[in-house]
Design a protein around this ligand. Structure first.
Ligand SMILES: Nc1nc2c(ncn2[C@@H]2O[C@H](COP(=O)(O)OP(=O)(O)O)[C@@H](O)[C@H]2O)c(=O)[nH]1
Ligand SMILES: [Mg+2]
Length: 347
């Protein structure tokens, strides 16, 4: 399965390796293929520690001559992507709105991504989804955001992005596996307040006992912070594996966003259109793939709006490409469930 949008070229195109998923399996070999010197220590350099602003995580890596995914960085392309997303309709017509859930550790940029998408369509940078700055989860409840079209009459789009509490990094804090699955299966009502001490209870009056297709989550998006890939707690990987296993067994497809790419590469920070030429970002995407247990083709990098006051065409292109990527996998779910749903309707 592959997202068509990016006109995806395997990293091998540049490096002579045929399977992108192999990249993560053999880092040593790749370092040779990448023809770069392995930094002795992959943690930030001493002079960068405690410094604000981008830190080159792999300081000896350079920009690739050819980007490993091709993106059209023009305002026309931005317009086309906006139109594509605005004209989205859930495949099969079984539901009127696609519901997408964002899962990831606190601070990964889940709320910021939702806010960034809303910003693009409203024409100015907004902070609607509650973006936090503390290490504890700012978002504790299930909160759904219906994305609205651009223009004078912002008609609602058939797309709902669901924000939720951050998952714990393998400890007992944060959203539990059980609660996350309850949301995905459609048992949890809008606004439900999550608590690490009190899981969702099936005997609660608010519990949706027999959720229909419209109540369920149709695609899960994992969100991880590129600047923290090397420092996430060890338990996070197994949390992701468990989540992925259970979510896959429900037939729900998953993709991933690698956020904060501006903080790991100075060149990308200066110019986001360099993102697919940045070896640093590419290396971190491979690492994100290993952390999530996902092939590279499911993962896309983004830079969310955080400090900017104005929209930027290239940031929008990357963000809209991510939305398009998500929608492709959302539709796969509708295609998979269409037959089942048709049977239900006919009964
Ligand atoms: N530089 C940068 N900052 C980001 C990015 N995404 C999120 N942030 C910042 O990271 C912090 C946590 O983001 P938030 O969306 O609240 O994370 P959440 O806990 O996953 O919802 C906020 O201060 C955001 O402004 C990004 O892509 N780049
Ligand atoms: Mg949040």
């Amino acid at each position: 399965m592959e997202a068509g949008l990016f006109n995806y070229q395997e990293p091998s195109f540049t490096f002579g390796q045929s399977d992108p998923t192999k990249v993560k399996k053999d880092n040593e070999k790749n370092r040779r293929l990448f023809n770069v010197v392995k930094p002795a220590d992959e943690s930030p350099r001493e002079e960068n520690k405690g410094r604000k602003g981008p830190v080159d995580i792999f300081p000896n890596l350079h920009l690739l001559e050819t980007p490993w995914r091709s993106v059209n960085w023009t305002s026309e392309s931005r317009g086309e992507l906006m139109e594509k997303v605005e004209s989205y309709k859930p495949a099969g017509g079984a539901v009127s709105r696609a519901r997408v859930l964002f899962l990831g550790p606190v601070g990964a940029g889940k709320s910021s991504f939702i806010s960034s998408v809303q910003s693009i369509f409203s024409g100015r940078v907004l902070n609607r989804a509650m973006v936090g700055s503390s290490s504890a989860s700012f978002t504790k409840k299930l909160q759904s955001f219906q994305i609205r079209q651009s223009g004078e009459i912002p008609l609602p789009m058939p797309l709902v992005l669901c924000d939720i509490m951050g998952i714990g990094e393998g400890d007992s804090t944060g959203l539990s596996l059980y609660d996350a699955l309850c949301v995905i299966k459609g048992h949890v009502i809008e606004g439900h307040q999550f608590s690490a001490e009190e899981p969702v209870r099936s005997d609660n009056t608010e519990f949706i006992k027999e959720p229909s297709l419209k109540d369920k989550i149709h695609c899960v998006v994992f969100v991880v912070d590129a600047s923290k890939i090397n420092s996430y707690a060890k338990g996070l990987s197994s949390t992701f594996q468990q989540l992925r296993e259970k979510i896959s067994s429900l037939g729900v497809h998953q993709v991933a966003l690698l956020t904060h790419v501006d903080e790991v590469c100075t060149q990308t920070s200066r110019d986001i259109s360099q993102v697919y030429r940045s070896c640093q970002v590419q290396q971190l995407m491979v690492k994100a793939g290993a952390l999530l247990g996902m092939a590279l083709s499911y993962i896309v990098p983004v830079r969310n709006y955080s400090s900017q006051l104005d929209l930027d065409d290239n940031m929008d292109i990357l963000l809209l490409s991510a939305v398009d990527h998500i929608l492709q996998y959302t539709d796969l779910y509708f295609q998979d469930t269409a037959v089942e749903y048709k049977v239900q309707l006919e009964m």
